[in-house]
Design a protein around this ligand. Structure first.
Ligand SMILES: Nc1nc2c(c(=O)[nH]1)N[C@H]1C(S)=C(S)[C@@H](COP(=O)(O)OP(=O)(O)OC[C@H]3O[C@@H](n4cnc5c(N)ncnc54)[C@H](O)[C@@H]3O)O[C@H]1N2
Ligand code: MOO
Ligand SMILES: [Mg+2]
Length: 422
């Protein structure tokens, strides 16, 4: 039987600031290796390499309108009552390479996306033209001068060859997919998905499909963490639940570490008699990184290394577990995926309701954002911010950061907000 760490020792913990905890975690994370997937499989994945434009785009001078490719010099004198008349050389639908270059007095009919012929320096919209057929020839009449370059996209006007288009670590969404496709990236090198194991500790836990029993609750942290892990581009491995028995839990932790890049546990990190993670993280071959953070919720959130594998031990309270994931697991996952700025983006918003509490610690409150008619961004708590609550996780797209304060805050007060939605 494993010795439980002395409870007196459990109370004596040195709290680190959240930023220090994040940095400590990041110091022990490195980017994962890459794998090749098809462009259509790349959605949501992180690029393992930057995308450098292999050629200019558009790769040819391209018409932006259905109309006529012309030489603007031929239209210099054109006016509504005195149109210029040009001979039409050929028709240029999209995908057709011109055979003829334009000389003086000549035009070619061209469609949107068509390749502009040599000699042409503008395209005139169809609506500004009249056509005529005489002596087996086609003519177009244009009653207006146009400036050089009109309705032509020059080679490389959108993308220059060699331009750095996407950084490594960028998540592939719709725009990235389009750019990758335009550059001919049928296969894309993406970071391997981090494999994240989830272990729930707690003798009170039931499986989701088990009926309620006295003193028991269903394990809600595991599905929540699995959803978050997927949301942030990683692959969850479900290890199930383990009772508050340090021996059994310790065995599972050690087994799990062999097959994952990161182990998340929930529960058992505080000072209770049966808080098993405290015992596991106190084992001689485990290097404890921290076991207290100066924040609420989630103050007992802990981190440790076993070999070179990181264990992030989140609080069992669902609200604290959720906040702990966003503050400490998300940066770890992003670093593994090669993302350059691993923490969530932050902005300032107005507090959507009074916060009457005196606050001895920095607090992260689950909240949602909205924009009022005058363009102000508001962040409003989703409800009670108690760490034991899970219903106030629903609908949270941000965390309001409240610093230690001696008096409450009024509605409308500017607050720092972390955007947690993707
Ligand atoms: N004497 C003290 N007691 C507590 C302290 C303290 O400083 N002194 N800290 C409190 C704070 S703050 C938190 S947060 C919790 C942390 O608790 P643990 O991380 O040790 O988690 P447990 O004790 O295992 O469980 C807490 C709570 O969460 C429920 N839980 C656990 N796992 C799950 C799960 N997978 N799904 C749903 N709910 C879960 C569990 O039933 C408990 O109700 O400690 C305070 N106590
Ligand atoms: O740290 Mo606990 O999550 O405040 O309740
Ligand atoms: Mg506990």
């Amino acid at each position: 039987m494993m010795q439980q760490a002395d409870n007196v020792e459990r109370y004596r913990r040195k709290a680190v600031q959240p930023e220090e905890a994040q940095q400590t975690i990041l110091n022990h994370i490195r980017a994962l290796d890459a794998e090749n997937v098809t462009l259509y499989e790349a959605w949501g994945r992180s690029l393992a390499e930057p995308l450098i434009a292999p050629h200019p785009f558009p790769p040819f001078r391209r018409s932006g309108m259905d109309g006529y490719a012309v030489r603007t010099a031929d239209l210099a004198e054109a006016a509504p009552g005195r149109p210029a008349e040009l001979v039409v050389l050929e028709h240029l639908p999209g995908g057709t390479e011109p055979k003829r270059s334009l000389g003086p007095g000549q035009a070619s009919r061209i469609m949107t996306g068509g390749m502009v012929p040599e000699g042409a320096d503008a395209v005139v919209m169809l609506e500004m033209t009249e056509t005529d057929e005489r002596d087996g020839l086609s003519f177009v009449r244009i009653g207006k001068a146009v400036p050089p370059g009109a309705n032509i996209s020059e080679i490389g006007s959108e993308i220059r060859e060699g331009e750095r288009l996407l950084p490594a670590g960028r998540q592939v969404e719709a725009g990235e997919s389009a750019v990758l496709a335009a550059c001919g990236c049928a296969r894309v090198a993406v970071a391997r998905r981090p494999r994240v194991a989830i272990l729930s500790t707690g003798s009170e836990l039931l499986e989701v499909d088990e009926p309620l029993a006295p003193a028991k609750i269903r394990n809600s942290n595991a599905p929540m963490l699995a959803a978050l892990i997927r949301e942030f581009g990683a692959e969850p491995t479900l290890l199930g639940k383990v009772p508050d028995d340090p021996e059994a839990a310790g065995k599972l932790v050690r087994q799990a570490l062999a097959d994952c890049d990161l182990l998340l546990t929930s529960g058992g990190v505080s000072v209770g008699d049966y808080d098993v993670m405290v015992d596991i993280l106190a084992q001689p071959d485990v290097k404890l990184l921290f076991n207290k953070i100066a924040m609420r919720p989630g103050s007992p959130t802990s981190a440790a290394l076993l070999g070179d594998k990181l264990i992030l031990a989140l609080s069992g309270n669902p609200g604290a577990c959720f906040v702990g994931f966003h503050l400490f697991v998300v940066p770890a996952l992003r670093r593994m995926l090669g993302v350059q700025r691993p923490t969530h983006p932050q902005f300032t918003a107005r507090l959507g309701e009074d916060f009457p509490k005196v606050n001895a610690y920095r607090r992260y409150i689950r909240a949602f954002t909205s924009v009022s008619g005058d363009g102000q961004v508001w962040a409003t708590p989703t409800g009670d911010d108690k760490s034991s609550l899970m219903t106030t996780i629903v609908g949270a797209d941000c965390l309001i950061e409240i610093p230690p304060i001696k008096e409450g805050l009024r509605r409308g007060h500017p607050v720092k907000v972390w955007k947690i939605g993707q």
